[in-house]
Design a binder for this molecule. Structure first.
Ligand code: SAM
Length: 203
């Protein structure tokens, strides 16, 4: 689907190489590591949705998760594929849109989303929620880390700074909210990086 959302991401990855993007990092997100350490994320078939350059995927694979990376853009997937090859990791990567996930109904145990959902404009958020709800098993987990509304919204639109109520509105029809927390996004300046950390369970 080549709408404005898709075009914005294609344009973004034309601006500079994936390894120069502000979200690229060599270490997995601390919030993800903490959640895995505490046993909050079921080990099973796992999608990293909007996986970018694949750092969290590598970490999850090393922790014994059966991971699949999904991203809408070609460039980060090519970059991730090369990293995995060098690391000797066999991790499937699929170019697909989170709104139209190419997986069977109720086939996935865990979906991790770090910074993908917050790029969705309000009118397309329900499509995302329906898509992830369709592919998750009942009881499956959606683990999200998205920008918080307690920071300035850039004038040009996304990435969106989200209020908790905006998550409730979109996800409550399909999910129970198991935990609602906050954290900071790796090495961005503190005034730009407050995050919601949410663990939702498919009803
Ligand atoms: C802010 S980056 C975060 C990348 C990675 N999760 C991380 O934490 O380093 C968001 C990623 O989501 C991807 N993305 C945006 N919209 C998407 C969609 N509709 N479907 C799949 N991926 C999408 C982008 O291409 C980008 O790689």
């Amino acid at each position: 689907m080549r709408d404005e959302h898709t075009q914005r991401w294609q344009q973004r990855y034309r601006e500079s190489p994936p390894e120069r993007m502000p979200w690229h990092r060599e270490q997995p997100a601390e919030t993800l590591v903490e959640a895995v350490r505490r046993g909050l994320l079921p080990k099973g078939v796992t999608i990293d949705l909007g996986c970018g350059t694949g750092t969290d995927l590598m970490y999850l694979a090393q922790q014994g998760y059966r991971v699949i990376g999904v991203d809408i853009a070609t460039e980060p997937l090519c970059f991730a594929r090369e990293r995995f090859r060098e690391a000797g990791l066999d991790i499937p990567l699929i170019q697909a849109d989170a709104r139209f996930l190419p997986f069977r109904d109720a086939s996935i145990d865990l979906i991790c989303d770090s910074g993908c959902f917050h790029s969705f404009a309000p009118e397309i958020r329900p499509m995302y929620a329906r898509s992830v709800a369709r592919v998750l098993k009942p009881g499956g987990i959606l683990f999200m880390r998205e920008f918080h509304a307690d920071q300035p919204q850039p004038p040009e639109g996304g990435p969106y700074r989200l209020k908790l109520e905006e998550f409730f509105e979109v996800f409550t029809p399909h999910f129970r909210f198991l935990s609602v927390g906050e954290a900071y996004y790796h090495d961005l300046p503190p005034d730009r990086c407050r995050l919601h950390v949410l663990r939702l369970q498919r009803r």
